[in-house]
Ligand binder design. Structure first.
Ligand code: DP6
Length: 338
């Protein structure tokens, strides 16, 4: 697995490095208010993960008028990205900060990219932080959140550490509490498959909106789940939070399965981990799973149960790997400590 530090060398003087953790939604965002916009149709409540991150290096190309034919260039894990995917992000960045430069940026992830581990959340958050600072700006976290949202709505959350809310229809997320609120919460990521997912979440959520008969029930139920999840978070009631998170992902995947054509992100190993969580709970080990747009399973548990959860998932075989994460920080600047 990449550490995010290899073959980077020393940063040049005007290069800025920014890191962000992926935003793991407990109450999921799935669907946009309007196609093409990144205004979420559902509220989402997430924890920013520590222990995994995207690291982005950016430089500003100064003095370029906005009309110039010089393009922003972005690469992820060494692969140059389609400029169209980044155009709205860079235009929003320039517009919000009132600046003209183009940017050269590259990111590496310390975890599998585009595989349902929320790499676009950490990716666009780190990109926002790195580019803003490379252009000599120090925007507020609120502005960075709005800029990151132009890349991916979930990225609006990754700007902040700890526990973060992105209300339905909101242009920016806000932090509810820092990672210190729940220091013994752990998230065991069960990596069941390392390749990129077959259908990107953006396309899948649009197909769900356009064709799933369950889409509007999903939107309605999501809004109703949020108050319960907020109560559970405040009380650090893992059982209530875990059950609410399970309901959220189950409803989301139900709506996705109802799309035309139906889409199933789960693999046999995904289902095996779901059943393993149920049997752990039956045996008194607090382990509640959640699943995003991919085959990986993220298991909420407490520090005291981590060893048992990792051992149980490991016993399933099939090459499932585990990463242990925790409530992490917001944007951090400079290279990762060795
Ligand atoms: C299942 O934020 O990647 O991870 O806004 O279209 O870029 P876009 O989508 P994205 O979707 C994330 C979906 C999710 C749930 C979540 O993170 O809330």
């Amino acid at each position: 697995m990449s550490t995010g530090n290899e073959s980077r060398g020393a940063p040049s003087n005007d290069e800025v490095i920014c890191r962000a953790g992926p935003s793991l939604a407990l109450i999921k965002y799935w669907g946009k208010e309007v196609k093409g916009d990144n205004l979420p149709a559902t509220p989402s409540l997430a924890v920013t993960l520590g222990g995994v991150y995207t690291e982005t290096h950016a430089t500003a190309v100064p003095g370029v008028p906005a009309s110039a034919e010089i393009r922003d260039v972005m690469s992820v894990d060494g692969i140059v990205q389609d400029p169209a995917r980044y155009a709205m992000f860079f235009d929003t960045l320039r517009h919000t900060l009132g600046i003209a430069p183009r940017f050269r940026a590259s990111s590496v992830n310390s975890f599998p990219t585009s595989a349902g581990l929320a790499s676009s959340s950490s990716g666009f958050a780190a990109l926002a932080g790195a580019c803003a600072r490379a252009a000599g700006c120090e925007p507020s976290a609120m502005d960075l959140s709005a800029i990151a949202r132009a890349g991916s709505a979930s990225a609006a959350r990754s700007v902040y550490g700890g526990f973060v809310l992105l209300p339905a229809g909101a242009r920016r997320a806000r932090q509810l509490c820092g990672p210190e609120h729940w220091p013994d919460l752990r998230i065991v990521v069960a990596v069941t498959h390392r390749s990129a997912k077959p259908v990107p979440s953006r396309r899948a959520m649009e197909e769900t909106r356009a064709s799933s008969p369950y889409y509007f029930s999903w939107i309605k139920e999501s809004a109703e789940l949020l108050p319960e999840a907020l109560r559970a978070l405040e009380a650090k009631d893992l059982e209530l939070l875990g059950e609410t998170a399970r309901r959220s992902y189950s409803l989301m995947h139900g709506a996705i399965l109802g799309a035309q054509p139906p889409l199933l992100y789960w693999l046999p190993a995904t289902v095996a981990v779901i059943h393993a969580c149920a049997s752990m709970r039956a045996a008194g080990i607090g382990a509640w799973e959640t699943i995003d747009a991919g085959p990986q399973v993220k298991i909420l548990c407490l520090l005291k149960d981590v060893e048992a959860v990792v051992a149980r998932v490991g016993s399933l075989g099939g090459g499932i790997q585990t990463l242990v994460c925790y409530p992490g920080p917001g944007l951090q600047y400079g290279p990762a400590p060795q």
